[in-house]
Design a protein around this ligand. Sequence first.
Ligand SMILES: Cc1ncc(COP(=O)(O)O)c(C=O)c1O
Length: 454
Amino acid sequence: MTRMTPTELKQANARSLWHPMAHPKAMQDTPPDIIVRGDGSWIWDVDGHRMVDGVGGLWSANLGFGRREIRDAVVAQMDELPFYNIFRGTTHARAIELSERVVNLMQPDSVSAVFFSNGGSDAVESALKLARQYWKIQGQSDRIKYISLKQGYHGVHFGGMSVNGNTNFRRAYEPLLPGCFHVDTPWLYRNPFTQDLELLGKICAEMLEREIVFQGPDTVAAFIAEPVQGAGGVIVPPSNYWPLIRKVCDKYGVLLIADEVVTGFGRTGHLFGTRMWGVQADMWCLAKGISSGYVPLGATAISTKVADVFSQGDPALASVAHGYTYSAHPVAAAAALATLDILEREDILGNVKQQSDRLMSRLQALGKRSRLIGDVRGVGLMACLEMVADKSTKAAFGRGAKEVAMVARGAYERGAMVRTSGANIILSPALTISGEQIDLLCDALDESFAAVER
Ligand SMILES: Cc1ncc(COP(=O)(O)O)c(C=O)c1O
Protein backbone atom coordinates (compact mmCIF):
# COMPACT_ATOMS: atom_id res chain seq x y z
CA MET A 1 0.00 0.00 0.00
CA THR A 2 2.96 2.36 0.41
CA ARG A 3 3.97 4.67 -2.47
CA MET A 4 7.66 4.33 -1.67
CA THR A 5 9.99 1.36 -1.33
CA PRO A 6 11.29 0.57 2.18
CA THR A 7 14.62 2.20 1.35
CA GLU A 8 12.94 5.32 -0.05
CA LEU A 9 10.76 5.55 3.06
CA LYS A 10 13.77 5.39 5.35
CA GLN A 11 15.64 8.04 3.38
CA ALA A 12 12.64 10.35 3.09
CA ASN A 13 11.94 10.06 6.81
CA ALA A 14 15.45 11.19 7.65
CA ARG A 15 15.21 14.01 5.07
CA SER A 16 11.81 15.56 5.62
CA LEU A 17 10.07 14.47 8.79
CA TRP A 18 10.53 16.06 12.20
CA HIS A 19 9.33 13.81 15.00
CA PRO A 20 7.68 14.78 18.29
CA MET A 21 9.99 14.57 21.29
CA ALA A 22 13.09 13.86 19.19
CA HIS A 23 16.18 15.66 17.91
CA PRO A 24 15.92 15.91 14.10
CA LYS A 25 19.56 14.88 13.65
CA ALA A 26 19.22 11.92 16.02
CA MET A 27 16.39 10.65 13.85
CA GLN A 28 18.81 10.58 10.94
CA ASP A 29 21.55 8.80 12.85
CA THR A 30 19.21 6.34 14.59
CA PRO A 31 16.26 6.02 12.23
CA PRO A 32 12.90 5.26 13.83
CA ASP A 33 11.12 1.98 13.11
CA ILE A 34 8.64 2.29 10.29
CA ILE A 35 5.41 0.50 11.16
CA VAL A 36 3.28 -0.38 8.16
CA ARG A 37 0.52 -2.71 9.35
CA GLY A 38 -1.47 -3.69 12.42
CA ASP A 39 -3.90 -6.44 13.30
CA GLY A 40 -5.17 -6.84 16.85
CA SER A 41 -2.04 -6.60 18.99
CA TRP A 42 0.27 -7.55 16.14
CA ILE A 43 2.24 -4.95 14.21
CA TRP A 44 4.63 -5.28 11.27
CA ASP A 45 7.50 -3.03 10.35
CA VAL A 46 8.48 -2.05 6.84
CA ASP A 47 10.90 -4.97 6.64
CA GLY A 48 8.13 -7.46 7.37
CA HIS A 49 9.20 -8.07 11.00
CA ARG A 50 6.17 -9.02 13.15
CA MET A 51 5.89 -7.93 16.79
CA VAL A 52 3.47 -7.82 19.70
CA ASP A 53 2.59 -4.18 20.21
CA GLY A 54 3.39 -3.46 23.85
CA VAL A 55 2.75 0.24 23.29
CA GLY A 56 -0.85 0.12 22.04
CA GLY A 57 -0.11 2.75 19.38
CA LEU A 58 0.68 5.21 22.17
CA TRP A 59 -1.57 4.18 25.08
CA SER A 60 -4.32 4.68 22.54
CA ALA A 61 -5.22 1.75 20.26
CA ASN A 62 -7.16 0.26 23.15
CA LEU A 63 -9.21 -2.15 21.06
CA GLY A 64 -6.28 -3.24 18.91
CA PHE A 65 -5.90 -2.70 15.19
CA GLY A 66 -8.15 -3.81 12.36
CA ARG A 67 -11.53 -3.50 14.09
CA ARG A 68 -13.91 -3.79 11.17
CA GLU A 69 -16.72 -2.05 13.00
CA ILE A 70 -14.71 1.12 13.60
CA ARG A 71 -13.43 1.10 10.03
CA ASP A 72 -16.97 0.69 8.66
CA ALA A 73 -18.29 3.54 10.81
CA VAL A 74 -15.48 5.79 9.57
CA VAL A 75 -16.08 4.90 5.92
CA ALA A 76 -19.85 5.37 6.24
CA GLN A 77 -19.30 8.76 7.85
CA MET A 78 -16.91 9.78 5.07
CA ASP A 79 -19.68 9.01 2.58
CA GLU A 80 -22.44 10.68 4.57
CA LEU A 81 -20.73 13.85 5.85
CA PRO A 82 -16.92 14.00 6.04
CA PHE A 83 -16.97 17.29 7.91
CA TYR A 84 -19.09 20.00 9.35
CA ASN A 85 -18.46 22.41 12.20
CA ILE A 86 -20.34 22.71 15.50
CA PHE A 87 -19.63 26.39 16.14
CA ARG A 88 -22.77 27.90 17.68
CA GLY A 89 -25.15 28.05 14.71
CA THR A 90 -24.64 24.50 13.40
CA THR A 91 -24.12 20.99 14.67
CA HIS A 92 -24.26 17.46 13.30
CA ALA A 93 -25.76 14.14 14.22
CA ARG A 94 -22.58 12.29 15.25
CA ALA A 95 -21.54 15.07 17.65
CA ILE A 96 -24.95 15.00 19.31
CA GLU A 97 -25.05 11.21 19.51
CA LEU A 98 -21.56 11.03 20.96
CA SER A 99 -22.20 13.75 23.53
CA GLU A 100 -25.29 11.87 24.77
CA ARG A 101 -23.32 8.65 24.81
CA VAL A 102 -20.47 10.07 26.90
CA VAL A 103 -22.86 11.83 29.26
CA ASN A 104 -24.85 8.61 29.76
CA LEU A 105 -21.69 6.59 30.26
CA MET A 106 -20.50 9.08 32.87
CA GLN A 107 -23.82 9.57 34.62
CA PRO A 108 -22.47 7.73 37.70
CA ASP A 109 -19.76 10.40 37.77
CA SER A 110 -22.34 13.25 37.69
CA VAL A 111 -21.26 14.39 34.24
CA SER A 112 -23.85 16.41 32.39
CA ALA A 113 -22.06 17.85 29.34
CA VAL A 114 -19.06 17.33 27.13
CA PHE A 115 -16.84 19.70 25.13
CA PHE A 116 -15.04 18.09 22.20
CA SER A 117 -11.61 18.76 20.73
CA ASN A 118 -8.89 16.94 18.79
CA GLY A 119 -6.71 15.19 21.35
CA GLY A 120 -5.38 15.06 24.87
CA SER A 121 -3.57 18.39 24.88
CA ASP A 122 -6.74 20.09 23.66
CA ALA A 123 -8.83 18.34 26.29
CA VAL A 124 -6.48 19.63 29.00
CA GLU A 125 -6.37 23.16 27.55
CA SER A 126 -10.16 23.23 27.42
CA ALA A 127 -10.46 22.12 31.05
CA LEU A 128 -7.90 24.69 32.24
CA LYS A 129 -9.65 27.52 30.40
CA LEU A 130 -13.13 26.47 31.49
CA ALA A 131 -11.89 26.31 35.10
CA ARG A 132 -10.84 29.96 35.03
CA GLN A 133 -14.09 30.94 33.34
CA TYR A 134 -16.09 29.02 35.96
CA TRP A 135 -14.69 31.35 38.60
CA LYS A 136 -15.05 34.53 36.53
CA ILE A 137 -18.74 33.78 35.95
CA GLN A 138 -19.10 33.68 39.73
CA GLY A 139 -17.27 36.99 40.24
CA GLN A 140 -14.12 35.34 41.63
CA SER A 141 -11.72 36.64 38.99
CA ASP A 142 -8.70 36.17 41.25
CA ARG A 143 -9.03 32.41 41.06
CA ILE A 144 -6.59 31.94 38.20
CA LYS A 145 -3.87 29.63 39.57
CA TYR A 146 -3.37 25.96 38.85
CA ILE A 147 -1.67 23.40 41.05
CA SER A 148 -0.45 20.09 39.66
CA LEU A 149 1.92 17.22 40.43
CA LYS A 150 5.61 16.80 39.79
CA GLN A 151 6.21 14.05 37.20
CA GLY A 152 2.73 14.74 35.77
CA TYR A 153 2.17 14.93 32.01
CA HIS A 154 -0.63 17.03 30.58
CA GLY A 155 0.27 17.44 26.95
CA VAL A 156 2.12 20.13 25.10
CA HIS A 157 -0.02 23.25 24.77
CA PHE A 158 1.10 26.24 26.79
CA GLY A 159 -1.40 25.59 29.58
CA GLY A 160 -0.80 21.85 29.74
CA MET A 161 2.96 22.34 29.46
CA SER A 162 2.86 24.87 32.31
CA VAL A 163 1.17 22.39 34.64
CA ASN A 164 3.45 19.60 33.40
CA GLY A 165 5.69 18.24 36.11
CA ASN A 166 8.74 17.36 34.04
CA THR A 167 11.22 20.10 33.24
CA ASN A 168 12.42 18.26 30.12
CA PHE A 169 9.19 19.18 28.39
CA ARG A 170 9.22 22.77 29.61
CA ARG A 171 12.71 24.18 29.39
CA ALA A 172 12.91 24.92 25.65
CA TYR A 173 9.62 26.83 25.69
CA GLU A 174 9.85 28.90 28.85
CA PRO A 175 8.59 31.34 30.04
CA LEU A 176 5.34 29.48 30.51
CA LEU A 177 1.96 30.45 31.89
CA PRO A 178 2.29 32.36 35.17
CA GLY A 179 0.39 31.07 38.18
CA CYS A 180 1.22 27.35 37.91
CA PHE A 181 2.60 25.53 40.94
CA HIS A 182 3.70 21.96 41.53
CA VAL A 183 3.53 19.71 44.57
CA ASP A 184 5.05 16.29 45.26
CA THR A 185 3.60 13.13 43.77
CA PRO A 186 2.95 10.24 46.13
CA TRP A 187 5.67 8.11 44.57
CA LEU A 188 6.57 5.17 46.77
CA TYR A 189 9.85 4.23 45.09
CA ARG A 190 11.37 7.69 45.13
CA ASN A 191 10.24 9.94 47.95
CA PRO A 192 12.13 11.34 50.93
CA PHE A 193 9.28 10.83 53.42
CA THR A 194 8.22 7.25 54.03
CA GLN A 195 7.80 3.74 52.66
CA ASP A 196 4.37 3.47 54.28
CA LEU A 197 1.86 3.84 51.45
CA GLU A 198 -1.00 5.24 53.46
CA LEU A 199 1.21 7.73 55.27
CA LEU A 200 2.66 8.82 51.93
CA GLY A 201 -0.82 9.48 50.54
CA LYS A 202 -1.60 11.58 53.62
CA ILE A 203 1.66 13.53 53.51
CA CYS A 204 1.24 14.38 49.82
CA ALA A 205 -2.41 15.39 50.22
CA GLU A 206 -1.30 17.67 53.06
CA MET A 207 1.30 19.18 50.74
CA LEU A 208 -1.49 20.09 48.33
CA GLU A 209 -3.43 21.65 51.18
CA ARG A 210 -0.42 23.63 52.34
CA GLU A 211 0.21 24.91 48.81
CA ILE A 212 -3.41 26.02 48.42
CA VAL A 213 -3.25 27.85 51.75
CA PHE A 214 0.13 29.36 50.87
CA GLN A 215 -1.11 30.64 47.51
CA GLY A 216 -4.37 31.87 49.05
CA PRO A 217 -7.37 29.63 48.39
CA ASP A 218 -9.26 32.48 46.71
CA THR A 219 -6.55 32.63 44.02
CA VAL A 220 -6.53 28.93 43.08
CA ALA A 221 -8.76 27.85 40.19
CA ALA A 222 -8.00 24.13 39.96
CA PHE A 223 -5.83 21.19 40.84
CA ILE A 224 -5.11 18.89 37.89
CA ALA A 225 -3.68 15.37 38.11
CA GLU A 226 -3.72 11.99 36.39
CA PRO A 227 -5.48 9.25 38.40
CA VAL A 228 -2.38 7.18 37.63
CA GLN A 229 0.59 9.04 36.18
CA GLY A 230 1.36 7.61 32.76
CA ALA A 231 4.22 9.24 30.89
CA GLY A 232 5.89 10.20 34.19
CA GLY A 233 6.52 6.50 34.80
CA VAL A 234 3.22 4.79 35.66
CA ILE A 235 3.18 6.11 39.21
CA VAL A 236 0.20 4.59 41.01
CA PRO A 237 -0.83 6.67 44.03
CA PRO A 238 -1.81 5.10 47.36
CA SER A 239 -5.53 4.32 47.56
CA ASN A 240 -6.18 7.06 50.14
CA TYR A 241 -4.63 9.81 48.00
CA TRP A 242 -7.48 10.71 45.63
CA PRO A 243 -10.19 10.62 48.32
CA LEU A 244 -7.98 12.92 50.41
CA ILE A 245 -7.27 15.38 47.59
CA ARG A 246 -11.00 15.48 46.79
CA LYS A 247 -11.56 16.54 50.41
CA VAL A 248 -8.82 19.17 50.24
CA CYS A 249 -10.23 20.62 47.00
CA ASP A 250 -13.74 20.71 48.52
CA LYS A 251 -12.48 22.39 51.67
CA TYR A 252 -11.04 25.32 49.68
CA GLY A 253 -13.49 25.33 46.77
CA VAL A 254 -10.73 24.37 44.30
CA LEU A 255 -11.87 22.51 41.16
CA LEU A 256 -10.47 19.00 40.67
CA ILE A 257 -9.54 18.16 37.07
CA ALA A 258 -8.80 14.49 36.35
CA ASP A 259 -6.55 14.08 33.34
CA GLU A 260 -7.80 10.71 32.11
CA VAL A 261 -6.26 10.90 28.66
CA VAL A 262 -4.47 7.62 29.39
CA THR A 263 -6.58 6.14 32.18
CA GLY A 264 -9.99 6.81 30.59
CA PHE A 265 -12.00 4.05 28.91
CA GLY A 266 -10.64 1.04 30.71
CA ARG A 267 -6.87 1.11 30.88
CA THR A 268 -6.75 0.67 34.66
CA GLY A 269 -9.37 -2.10 34.61
CA HIS A 270 -12.01 0.48 35.57
CA LEU A 271 -13.89 2.53 33.04
CA PHE A 272 -12.31 5.70 34.46
CA GLY A 273 -9.37 6.12 36.80
CA THR A 274 -11.38 8.29 39.19
CA ARG A 275 -13.80 5.37 39.64
CA MET A 276 -10.89 3.21 40.70
CA TRP A 277 -10.32 5.68 43.54
CA GLY A 278 -14.04 6.10 44.28
CA VAL A 279 -13.85 9.83 43.59
CA GLN A 280 -15.70 12.24 41.31
CA ALA A 281 -13.77 15.01 39.59
CA ASP A 282 -15.23 18.33 38.44
CA MET A 283 -13.88 17.89 34.91
CA TRP A 284 -12.27 14.96 33.10
CA CYS A 285 -9.83 15.22 30.18
CA LEU A 286 -10.41 12.38 27.71
CA ALA A 287 -8.77 11.33 24.43
CA LYS A 288 -6.85 8.31 23.11
CA GLY A 289 -9.11 5.37 24.11
CA ILE A 290 -12.30 7.31 23.32
CA SER A 291 -11.81 6.51 19.63
CA SER A 292 -9.30 3.70 20.17
CA GLY A 293 -6.80 6.04 18.53
CA TYR A 294 -8.22 5.36 15.05
CA VAL A 295 -9.07 9.02 14.49
CA PRO A 296 -7.88 11.90 16.73
CA LEU A 297 -10.46 13.06 19.25
CA GLY A 298 -10.38 14.85 22.58
CA ALA A 299 -13.19 15.52 25.05
CA THR A 300 -13.57 17.42 28.28
CA ALA A 301 -16.36 15.96 30.39
CA ILE A 302 -18.06 18.52 32.60
CA SER A 303 -19.76 17.76 35.91
CA THR A 304 -23.22 19.04 36.72
CA LYS A 305 -21.66 21.34 39.32
CA VAL A 306 -19.58 23.13 36.66
CA ALA A 307 -22.20 22.91 33.91
CA ASP A 308 -24.84 24.56 36.14
CA VAL A 309 -22.65 27.59 36.76
CA PHE A 310 -22.22 28.04 33.00
CA SER A 311 -25.87 27.50 32.10
CA GLN A 312 -27.12 29.85 34.81
CA GLY A 313 -24.36 32.43 34.23
CA ASP A 314 -24.63 35.81 32.52
CA PRO A 315 -24.22 35.11 28.77
CA ALA A 316 -21.63 37.89 28.54
CA LEU A 317 -19.40 35.91 30.90
CA ALA A 318 -20.57 32.34 30.40
CA SER A 319 -20.36 31.94 26.62
CA VAL A 320 -17.63 29.44 25.79
CA ALA A 321 -15.15 31.58 23.83
CA HIS A 322 -13.05 28.55 23.02
CA GLY A 323 -13.20 25.77 20.43
CA TYR A 324 -11.55 24.09 17.49
CA THR A 325 -12.56 23.87 13.84
CA TYR A 326 -12.46 20.12 14.25
CA SER A 327 -14.25 19.92 17.62
CA ALA A 328 -16.27 16.69 17.37
CA HIS A 329 -15.09 16.00 13.82
CA PRO A 330 -17.83 13.73 12.45
CA VAL A 331 -15.40 11.02 11.34
CA ALA A 332 -13.75 10.99 14.78
CA ALA A 333 -17.15 10.98 16.47
CA ALA A 334 -18.22 8.02 14.31
CA ALA A 335 -15.05 6.15 15.30
CA ALA A 336 -15.74 6.94 18.96
CA LEU A 337 -19.35 5.73 18.78
CA ALA A 338 -18.18 2.43 17.26
CA THR A 339 -15.45 2.19 19.92
CA LEU A 340 -17.96 2.71 22.73
CA ASP A 341 -20.29 0.10 21.16
CA ILE A 342 -17.48 -2.46 21.41
CA LEU A 343 -16.45 -1.32 24.88
CA GLU A 344 -20.00 -1.80 26.13
CA ARG A 345 -20.60 -5.08 24.31
CA GLU A 346 -17.37 -6.97 24.98
CA ASP A 347 -15.88 -7.72 28.37
CA ILE A 348 -12.89 -5.44 27.82
CA LEU A 349 -12.53 -4.57 31.50
CA GLY A 350 -12.57 -8.28 32.36
CA ASN A 351 -9.74 -8.89 29.91
CA VAL A 352 -7.74 -5.99 31.38
CA LYS A 353 -8.03 -7.49 34.87
CA GLN A 354 -7.11 -10.98 33.67
CA GLN A 355 -4.16 -9.94 31.52
CA SER A 356 -2.98 -7.41 34.09
CA ASP A 357 -2.46 -10.18 36.65
CA ARG A 358 -0.48 -12.16 34.11
CA LEU A 359 1.58 -9.16 33.00
CA MET A 360 2.32 -7.88 36.49
CA SER A 361 3.34 -11.27 37.88
CA ARG A 362 5.72 -11.84 34.95
CA LEU A 363 7.19 -8.33 35.33
CA GLN A 364 7.56 -8.70 39.12
CA ALA A 365 9.47 -11.95 38.57
CA LEU A 366 11.68 -10.25 35.99
CA GLY A 367 12.22 -7.32 38.37
CA LYS A 368 13.42 -9.68 41.12
CA ARG A 369 15.80 -11.43 38.77
CA SER A 370 17.33 -8.47 36.99
CA ARG A 371 20.00 -6.29 38.56
CA LEU A 372 19.04 -3.51 36.12
CA ILE A 373 15.45 -3.14 37.34
CA GLY A 374 14.91 -1.03 40.45
CA ASP A 375 11.14 -0.93 40.52
CA VAL A 376 8.21 -2.62 38.82
CA ARG A 377 4.89 -0.82 39.04
CA GLY A 378 1.59 -0.69 37.27
CA VAL A 379 -2.13 -1.22 37.35
CA GLY A 380 -4.48 -2.64 34.73
CA LEU A 381 -2.65 -2.63 31.44
CA MET A 382 -0.19 0.15 32.15
CA ALA A 383 3.16 -0.88 33.57
CA CYS A 384 6.69 0.41 34.04
CA LEU A 385 10.08 -1.14 34.63
CA GLU A 386 12.30 1.53 36.12
CA MET A 387 15.91 0.73 35.26
CA VAL A 388 18.70 1.71 37.63
CA ALA A 389 22.48 1.68 37.57
CA ASP A 390 22.58 0.31 41.13
CA LYS A 391 19.66 -1.60 42.57
CA SER A 392 20.75 -1.28 46.20
CA THR A 393 21.15 2.52 46.16
CA LYS A 394 18.49 3.17 43.45
CA ALA A 395 21.16 5.21 41.65
CA ALA A 396 19.92 6.37 38.26
CA PHE A 397 21.85 5.88 35.04
CA GLY A 398 24.08 8.77 33.99
CA ARG A 399 23.44 10.73 30.81
CA GLY A 400 24.31 8.78 27.70
CA ALA A 401 23.83 5.36 29.31
CA LYS A 402 22.83 2.88 26.64
CA GLU A 403 21.20 0.10 28.68
CA VAL A 404 17.59 1.29 28.39
CA ALA A 405 17.76 1.64 24.61
CA MET A 406 19.57 -1.70 24.37
CA VAL A 407 16.81 -3.50 26.28
CA ALA A 408 14.14 -1.95 24.06
CA ARG A 409 16.05 -2.81 20.89
CA GLY A 410 16.64 -6.36 22.09
CA ALA A 411 12.91 -6.75 22.78
CA TYR A 412 12.14 -5.41 19.30
CA GLU A 413 14.44 -7.93 17.68
CA ARG A 414 12.77 -10.68 19.73
CA GLY A 415 9.29 -9.64 18.57
CA ALA A 416 8.03 -7.08 21.10
CA MET A 417 7.58 -3.34 20.71
CA VAL A 418 8.07 -1.51 24.02
CA ARG A 419 8.51 2.17 24.75
CA THR A 420 11.29 3.92 26.61
CA SER A 421 10.97 7.16 28.52
CA GLY A 422 14.09 8.23 30.39
CA ALA A 423 15.12 5.19 32.42
CA ASN A 424 11.69 3.61 32.14
CA ILE A 425 10.47 0.79 29.94
CA ILE A 426 6.78 1.45 29.59
CA LEU A 427 4.08 -0.99 28.55
CA SER A 428 0.56 -0.02 27.53
CA PRO A 429 -0.75 -2.72 25.19
CA ALA A 430 -4.22 -2.87 23.70
CA LEU A 431 -6.87 -3.78 26.27
CA THR A 432 -7.78 -6.74 24.07
CA ILE A 433 -4.32 -8.34 24.17
CA SER A 434 -4.36 -12.12 24.71
CA GLY A 435 -2.57 -14.09 27.41
CA GLU A 436 -0.36 -15.67 24.78
CA GLN A 437 0.69 -12.25 23.52
CA ILE A 438 1.42 -11.08 27.08
CA ASP A 439 3.71 -14.10 27.39
CA LEU A 440 5.48 -13.30 24.13
CA LEU A 441 5.96 -9.71 25.25
CA CYS A 442 7.39 -10.81 28.60
CA ASP A 443 9.55 -13.56 27.03
CA ALA A 444 11.11 -10.97 24.72
CA LEU A 445 11.78 -8.64 27.65
CA ASP A 446 13.19 -11.46 29.81
CA GLU A 447 15.61 -12.49 27.08
CA SER A 448 16.55 -8.94 26.24
CA PHE A 449 17.35 -8.05 29.87
CA ALA A 450 19.38 -11.25 30.24
CA ALA A 451 21.36 -10.42 27.08
CA VAL A 452 22.06 -6.82 28.15
CA GLU A 453 23.14 -7.99 31.61
CA ARG A 454 25.54 -10.47 30.02
C1 LIG B 1 -2.21 12.29 30.76
C2 LIG B 1 -2.03 12.92 29.41
N1 LIG B 1 -2.58 14.11 29.18
C3 LIG B 1 -2.48 14.70 27.98
C4 LIG B 1 -1.79 14.11 26.96
C5 LIG B 1 -1.66 14.79 25.63
O1 LIG B 1 -2.38 14.12 24.67
P1 LIG B 1 -2.08 14.37 23.10
O2 LIG B 1 -0.72 13.82 22.84
O3 LIG B 1 -3.19 13.61 22.43
O4 LIG B 1 -2.19 15.83 22.87
C6 LIG B 1 -1.20 12.86 27.16
C7 LIG B 1 -0.46 12.18 26.08
O5 LIG B 1 0.10 11.13 26.23
C8 LIG B 1 -1.31 12.26 28.42
O6 LIG B 1 -0.72 11.08 28.68
